[in-house]
Design a protein around this ligand. Structure first.
Ligand code: FMN
Length: 171
């Protein structure tokens, strides 16, 4: 560790390396677009904000078709992926048109939000409470209105150090 100082913001690669040392779980954020079609994107920029009301945030890039659907309907689902769902994470981060044809999914709840039935160990239905744009990304705050949880303790999929991993056990 050195104590070097610089005047401007840290450059992109250094920032990426910095944040790669902060592993996260992996989710697929899903929504329904204006034509009633499912949309979804892999997302690791997700965190819990408040307990009361139960609120999460996700950050989605401005050009995201999933973000457009979330904005339009005002609802999204958070599909929390298990360790066996790496291929779903790859499908929902790749530029293919038929993402939902490559996974098993069902419509959930009154909003009919897409639930990745085989890949998610838990799913939360969220109502958008606030949207804030920061540079290239939009931060979407959602109030968790309902949640389905697996009976078994989950083994989440992780992403960090620029690779996928499974929950590794006790520290
Ligand atoms: C592990 C992983 C995490 C990602 N996290 C995010 C994220 O938090 N926000 C985001 O905008 N894109 C994220 N992406 C990239 C999107 O999944 C990707 O750009 C996707 O194609 C967006 O789809 P859409 O434009 O159809 O919504 C991530 C990709 C991977 C592989």
């Amino acid at each position: 560790m050195n104590g070097r100082r610089q005047t401007g913001p840290v450059e992109g690669d250094r920032y990426r390396t910095l944040m790669s040392g902060f592993p996260t779980g992996v989710a697929v954020v899903t929504g329904i677009d204006g034509l009633g079609e499912p949309r979804g994107a892999t997302c690791s920029a997700l965190c819990s904000v408040t307990m009361v009301p139960p609120t999460v945030l996700v950050c989605l890039t401005a050009g995201s078709s999933t973000l457009a659907a979330v904005r339009e309907r005002g609802w999204f689902a958070l599909n929390l992926l298990h360790a066996g769902a790496r291929s779903a994470a790859e499908v929902f981060s790749s530029p293919v048109d038929d993402r939902f044809a490559r996974v098993h999914w069902k419509r959930l709840g009154t909003e009919g939000l897409p639930w990745l039935a085989h890949d998610a160990f838990a799913v939360a239905e969220c109502r958008v409470s606030e949207l804030t744009t920061v540079s290239t990304h939009t931060v979407v705050f959602g109030e968790v209105m309902d949640a389905e949880l697996a009976d078994e303790p989950p083994q989440p999929l992780l992403y960090g150090l620029r690779r996928f991993a499974a929950w590794p056990g006790e520290a």
